[in-house]
Design a protein around this ligand. Structure first.
Ligand code: BEZ
Length: 209
């Protein structure tokens, strides 16, 4: 069955480079950036794993736990992490799921048979502390992900939750946000005492901190 935004992320218990984890328990009160890779010892994946490790403090500042996955064993992951650390000048400290039997890749629909029947594509699931799937992205094997965008959408989701707002195209933290059309002007005046601009009745902008 397809996984949709708002669905509860399927729970699982699995071996990782940091021991066995029970997914929901491991997420706890954090958010999770769960992302898959086709294979260990491959070039694009090596840069993505390295970038995630380099951004550890950025994820931590947002209360987000990264969890990687590729369809290889723990032993292979551990050897590969040495290469990631060496070539990307970092220390990778987040867990990587060992999914050699494709159990989790299939559960999360990370196998796209026209790309490969044995390796995962580059899937992203942003999961909130209630274990709801809040964002998905799917990239082909040949295209590395944009980690500025991954941090940006996490910011957008968290600011949206905190203030009940939406974010415009290319928004980054600190930019003006959108008051949803479901909020009346009267209600907006109460909720956003800092004021708002009304470009159209359905397009109202304000600033939140
Ligand atoms: C890579 O990580 O470079 C890669 C892996 C599988 C297919 C294509 C590229």
């Amino acid at each position: 069955m397809a996984l949709h935004l708002g669905d509860t992320a399927p729970d699982f218990e699995i071996e990782t480079t940091k021991g066995t984890i029970k997914f929901h328990d491991w997420i706890g009160d954090s958010w999770c950036f769960f992302f898959s890779h086709p294979a260990d010892f491959t070039p694009v994946c090596t840069t993505e794993m390295g970038r995630t490790a380099q951004l550890a403090k950025e994820f931590e500042a947002r209360n987000v736990k990264p969890l990687g996955l590729s369809t290889d064993t723990v032993e292979e992951h551990v050897k590969w992490i040495e290469d990631v650390n060496e070539t990307q000048n970092t220390t990778l400290d987040f867990p990587i799921v060992a999914d050699a039997d494709l159990k989790i890749s299939k559960l999360y629909e990370m196998i796209h048979p026209e790309e490969s029947s044995t390796a995962a594509v580059r899937s992203v699931f942003i999961i909130d502390p209630k274990k709801k799937i809040r964002l998905t992205m799917t990239y082909p094997m040949s295209v590395g992900r944009n980690f500025d965008e991954i941090l940006r959408v996490i910011d957008a989701l968290q600011v949206g939750d905190a203030h009940g707002i939406a974010t415009p195209a290319d928004w980054t933290k600190g930019d003006k946000v959108i008051i949803p059309p479901t909020v009346s002007n009267e209600e907006a005046q109460k909720r956003f005492p800092q004021g708002f601009e009304e470009l159209k009745p359905y397009l109202r902008l304000t600033k939140v901190s």
